[in-house]
Write a protein that binds this ligand. Structure first.
Ligand SMILES: N[C@@H](CCC(=O)NCCCC(=O)O)C(=O)O
Length: 252
């Protein structure tokens, strides 16, 4: 049977109804590189019956991919007031992912977090976020220029320094490499237990892992043209390898 990767959905109002949705480029990366069946995980807690639990969702997947999204993790989840008006929220996704992350990790399900996904991982384990990285003295502006074509928005933007001894150092031989950058928020205080995998030139944490668990979360977008970008491909091949090991262990 083919592996299955779960994608916690964003809950969006496409008036007059709400929809649960996942970005297509993440789906393509999982199908093309991991060779897994993509499974949208809706915010089931929005249904009044609560007959389907988050653990029921996790029973049906071999890997969890936390996608990027223009919405921001609610600052109340890390004990801070909203820093500015106009921050797009997705409380349903937050409620879903905060619990799914903790339960997936405790069950040893491989987790790959991307952009909003690394922020969700950091908050889920007790860390906090800069709500406007560009407003923090000493940090750069990590946002994209959304007036540019997508190839430029998702093109290389800055280098990262890969920390020795981690997951990225195992899958990529160079100590520095280029990544794209499309985020206004970022890790402020690192959650207890998370390990820094890479940092940007301004010192912002750009990737984390959880030693002893199959979890990697990155601030950039490795799903973008993943088959054409060796470093991005190595990340999804890591995800596939962890999923294969997870499935093999379940057969024992
Ligand atoms: N809202 C957060 C995360 C930003 C993010 O995930 N951007 C990509 C959205 C579109 C896509 O899926 O590529 C922040 O601003 O830091």
């Amino acid at each position: 049977m083919v592996a299955t990767v779960g994608f916690p959905a964003c809950r969006k109002l496409i008036a007059p109804h709400y929809f649960h949705c996942v970005g297509e480029k993440y789906i393509h990366a999982v199908v093309d590189v991991v060779g897994a069946v993509p499974l949208l995980l809706p915010a089931v807690s929005e249904s009044k019956g609560h007959r389907i639990s988050h653990n029921d969702l996790l029973d049906n997947i071999d890997g969890l991919l936390l996608t990027g999204a223009y919405s921001n993790v609610q600052s109340s989840l890390y004990g801070e007031p909203l820093a500015y008006e106009g921050s797009e929220a997705d409380p349903a996704r937050d409620h879903l992912t905060q619990d799914l992350i903790r339960q997936a990790v405790s069950r040893g399900i491989p987790v790959l977090g991307i952009c909003r996904g690394i922020q969700e991982v950091n908050v889920a384990f007790g860390g906090s976020l800069h709500q406007q990285v560009h407003a923090v003295p000493g940090l750069q502006d990590h946002r994209e220029n959304n007036t540019q074509p997508l190839d430029q928005q998702y093109g290389f933007s800055h280098s990262i320094a890969i920390q020795p001894g981690g997951v990225l150092a195992r899958i990529w031989q160079e100590e520095q490499t280029q990544v794209n950058s499309l985020h206004g928020q970022g890790i402020k205080s690192l959650a207890p237990g998370l390990s820094v995998e890479a940092v940007a030139p301004d010192g912002l944490v750009e990737a984390v892992s959880l030693p002893g668990k199959p979890l990697l979360a990155v601030q950039w977008h490795p799903e973008w043209k993943v088959t054409e970008t060796p470093f991005y491909l190595a990340i999804f091949e890591w995800f596939k390898s962890e999923i294969d090991q997870y499935r093999a262990a379940r057969l024992v």
